[in-house]
Design a protein. Sequence first.
Length: 573
Amino acid sequence: MKNYIKNRFALTEIGAKGTIVAIKYSALKSLSYMMPIMFLMYVIQGLLGLGNFDFKISIIVFVAIGLFMIYVINKDYITTYNETYKESANLRIEISERIKDLPLSFYSRHSLTDLSQTIMKDVETVEHAMSHAIPGFYGFMINFAIIGVLLLVGNIKLGLAVMLPILVSMLLSFLSKKRQTRATEIYYKEQRKSSKMFQELIDLSTEIKSYNLSEKKKKDALEFVRELEKYHISSEIGQVVPITLTGIVGNFALGFVVYFGLTELISGNINILYFAGYLFAAARLIDGVAAFNQYYAEMMYIDSPVEKIRKLKEAPTQVGSASELNQFDISGENVEFSYLDGKKVIDDISFKALQGKTTALVGPSGCGKTTLLRLVSRLYDYDSGKIIIDGKEVQKIRTEDLFKHISIVFQEVLLFNGSVMDNIRIGNLSASDEEVIEAARLANCDEFVEKLPQGYDTLIGENGSNLSGGERQRISIARAFLKDAEIILLDEIAASLDVENEKYIQQSLNKLTKDKTLMIISHRMKSIEKVNQIIVMNNGKIEQSGVHEELLKSSKTYKKMIDSSKKSEEFVF
């Protein structure tokens, strides 16, 4: 049962156990609602002289039933909501832990808006079902089975009169699942599209205003919302119609009991109390089946969110063995890699980047330079071949053991909405304030930090929105200085820097990179002319490798890039 609940609703181990407890109390609560009816029948039977009746015992039983009902109802409420809120937290924590271990390739294949919706909205949807539907659904089924057996034992004809219409009603609910699920799934997907659309409108608000697209985008958004409303109505109708029909069928139980009960009563097979008891039972179960249909509708509604959560939890993570790295030469052997469309971005390349040396990657845009750095750092896993560090294949090294030896500065800088000090300290969380400030000085951050209102304690806004592109880039470089890792990967770090800052940071890098493995990507050809090795890439392959003078003679791509760089430097508006 536990594994079924866990897999059916993509819950955690603790959440599945808690849900089972909630189901048990829900079943007990449903059964407790039958007790007053049974007690009333006992009292009436005694008053009519149809059986033994003891007033004192009746009072004791009445009080016991009342206390039992209070306990069960209270326990059901507390258990259900406590387990729901605990699972809401546990499920988000489990998803977060999973996300932490996912490779960068996962994010390139999935929308970040969709991912955030899964963590927040989908978990909330499952949370609502846990508190309002799942325990009640399974609790009713348990209660129905127990009451059904008792009714059949008491009188098989009247028992069938109650049970059959309700069973048919439940069967129709199950048979309508495909229709209901299809309707809710379409609406769910359209809701996801709306989230992405509004996220895009917010992210691109500057561009929308600057290109005078406000009215057009407003019109597009209103049209989409109108279409979304149609899907919502269709979804509701897709659920309301089956629920209404099954409710009508379930109500036949009361009519059947009246017809067959009167027949039995006239024949003398039962007394008036039996007849009344089956009427009460039919009425109670009809109420229960109405709630059951609503529970079932909500459980079908959460199928799509549950599937999203399940896929996220089952997404493959990067695995590896604990490894100690002491030497940091990097070598690649016949490495291949593709993104989504199967087209090779890295196509059977072999290379070496030696410790204590600087290796530059150059080539046209889209040739695979950044991808290669991502493969070296295991942000992505290559499809075939090998990348080896200290005799160990990168894909077999535990990621935390690999990452602690690598500093990466990419062209696109992402910062947290915190202080300058906190953002730099990400490079080494145990660093002192003095060490952070020294790293900032090496990255030439002190020049702009001194002008900030609170200096290093100044909040920089979401993703560094209060800073310029060059200032954000320098904070990213300061992180690398602070981490002081043995392998340093730099991707177009000078793209957002002016010439003066680039020169200053280059001098700092020369100190930082002593005895380390440095791989850099740069379109400023002048800055890489004196490096130890230049690897020229084109169309995912390595065209040539060597030093500047050699490549001018042996590589057409390199010669063309040098010539283009000179023309760019000489260009005047």
